[in-house]
Design a protein around this ligand. Structure first.
Ligand code: SAM
Length: 294
């Protein structure tokens, strides 16, 4: 019977054997609770036809639990010092491949084509390095990978922002950017005590299921994102004031902009945080002819 990696005793033994010192700059907080790991794998609905991409396997705590249920696990690890350790701890599992690469620089699409041809679906499952959670999630979504979804541990505060609804204080451009591509839900909150070393912030697990097509249709996607980010630039300002600040060329067209927003059913005195994704799409379509930068 193989002992789980994610127990306090086994983790300590592995770290000691290799004289491993954590690098805070790489967000190294390892999980030492198999129960939490099982629940993450459950939420990802990993089955024997599932291919899994993991980001940051550490010493293999989550990788091991994924490998027991998935068809195949491909894990990207940036820290070279972990490679010999993973080679040792994960040796009982033939269905794991470790790639020594920064996930932000990796060609994930190509890796998926090469590694998951015989899988029915591919999920990303990870305990993310907290210094870089948002860029990783945005890369996975913007690269338009053929993923079923993403189930990841991250800072609770970021999970709350990602899954927030309009008119809440957590709602902002991150909520919209991610909900545009996915249905987002926080599925677990996790205490600090299940990590070594313990992080300074509370943690949560979020599940992002890719939509078949983005949540809304609009004329110009890039302009939609630009207008949406501009509208949140100063949260306490109205969308009208934020828009004029971001698009100074729009100032002489103030009345046309107001008219456009009103015709789209949006009061220009509202704040960005009160607009749903659908309303941002309507606003973008109405203002595109006036504000699109040449
Ligand atoms: N999965 C392990 C666990 O749950 O115990 C470790 C998770 S730890 C929070 C994050 C891991 O991501 C570390 O192993 C770290 O070295 C790795 N990492 C940090 N930045 C990375 C990057 N840009 N690309 C790939 N891996 C990265």
């Amino acid at each position: 019977m193989i002992k789980d990696i994610a127990t306090p005793a086994r983790t300590k033994e592995i770290l000691k054997k290799y004289g491993f010192a954590f690098k805070k700059s790489l967000g190294q907080n390892f999980l030492i609770d198999t129960n939490v790991l099982h629940r993450i794998v459950d939420h990802a609905e990993v089955g024997e036809e599932t291919g899994v991409i993991e980001i940051g396997p550490g010493i293999g705590a989550l990788t091991e639990q994924l490998a027991k249920r998935a068809k195949k696990v491909v894990a990207f690890e940036i820290d070279q010092r972990l490679l010999p350790i993973l080679n040792d701890t994960l040796s009982p599992y033939p269905n794991i491949k470790i790639i020594h690469e920064d996930i932000l620089k990796a060609n994930v699409k190509q890796v998926m084509e090469e590694e998951f041809g015989d899988c029915k679906e591919v999920m990303v499952v990870a305990n993310l390095p907290y210094y870089v959670t948002t860029p990783i999630i945005m890369k996975l979504l913007e690269d338009q990978l053929p993923l079923k979804g993403i189930v990841v541990m991250l800072q609770k505060e970021v999970a709350d922002r990602i899954s927030a609804n309009a008119s809440t204080k957590e709602y902002g451009s991150l909520s919209i950017a991610i909900q545009y591509y996915t249905e987002a839900k926080t599925v677990m909150t996790v205490p600090k005590t299940v990590f070594v070393p313990q992080p300074n912030v509370d943690s949560a697990v979020i599940r992002l299921l890719k939509r078949e097509k983005p949540a809304v249709d609009m004329k110009d996607e890039a302009f939609f994102f630009e207008l949406m980010r501009a509208s949140f630039a100063q949260r306490r300002k109205t969308i009208m004031n934020n828009i004029l600040q971001f698009y100074p060329a729009g100032k002489p067209m103030k009345e046309e902009i107001e008219l456009g927003l009103n015709q789209a059913g949006i009061d220009p005195r509202r704040r960005g945080e009160s607009l749903t994704i659908e309303e941002f799409a309507k606003a973008a379509d109405a203002l595109y002819p006036l504000l699109k930068k040449q």
